[in-house]
Design a protein around this ligand. Sequence first.
Ligand SMILES: *Cc1c(COP(=O)(O)O)cnc(C)c1O
Length: 402
Amino acid sequence: MTSPKDWHSDTKQVRAGLARTENRETSEALFLNSGYVYDSAEQAAAAFKGEADNFIYSRYGNPTLQMAEERLAAIEGAEACRVCATGMAAIFASMACQLEVGDRVVASQALFGACHAILTKILPRWGIQTELVDGTDITAWQAALAKPAKLVFMESPSNPVLQLVDIAAVSALAHKAGAKVIVDNVFATPIYQSPLELGADIVTYSTTKHLDGQGRLLGGAVLADKTFIEEVFQPFYRQTGASMSAFNAWVLVKSLETLRLRVTAMSVTAGQLAEKLADHSAIDSLQYPGHKSHPQHALAIAQMSGFGSIISMKVRGGRKAAFTVLNSLKLIDISNNLGDAKTLACHPASTTHANLSDSERAALSISESHIRLSVGLEHQGDLWRDLCQALDQIVLDKIAGD
Ligand SMILES: *Cc1c(COP(=O)(O)O)cnc(C)c1O
């Protein structure tokens, strides 16, 4: 029998972290309890001193959370993991646990809206200097990291227009500047990109997205080496309450069993749709790392083993045309979520990125014509027919001189 650490990652997705009770249940158990009891006062005292291996309180440890954490760590190839209430709780705690007044953070400018707000509004209020750079431009990173920094944060591919950061090159520059590197790996998922292997120190996820992938829960995860998780992250997490609910951890641990099946099926469909959409007359340009038209297609091939389920497309005709397409969809839903089994579409400029100024959106190449498509598990033919009939509406509007 092979040892769990030698299992193929498909096997790890189904079995890693499984800790059965004396009842020998098949499936992972749900421990919906806040506290734990002790055999003696001495045992309780030893647990609080960290001398006994008991669970103490579910804010900082619970058997269901531990199963999800061990499974995710095994899938990612990380030494340790903590799961959090939301993706933002995971990202914020992974930064706040190591930053102090006077520190400097460098990040790519193409970020999820709430990450952008943490970097530009919250951290500066606490005396932390932040600098955003064009993540696609290595000379911008070189210039920003010529000075010492404590942390580098990036998202690759980025939301919503799928810009990439050269994770290996930027990690090397960051380490020379004395910084640890956090990669928000939501769009790539652990199936297609391993930031730790590329040189990053910490990986974060919104498990709300593909990791659950069925639209049921909010959650987040932080993965790194054991020393960081246990000595730097855990004390902050324990005191500040970012933990995931046990119920959500149980849903998540079951979702991870099908992660590869879901993500590969969605990404295969996304790749097929990207090929067809790129040639559609209603589309001005399309952003998909797996498509040859992506300006960083070569980097995508070098650092990703697949290209994910998200496509951005710029339709001809501005906001009006984009809204026409969204409003004409019959199967695909309008929603700002992503990574779901259901295909979802949104207009980033008026929703997920509405809080940015016009110039900030322009710097990120997010236009009024952009639609972000999160491809789900439906049949490719049904999705293509729905997209075509919706895109045809723009052409029909034009013919009508509207
Ligand atoms: C959704 C998302 C987040 C935030 O996660 P929540 O679970 O909504 O808190 C962070 N980064 C990226 C790239 C996301 O897509």
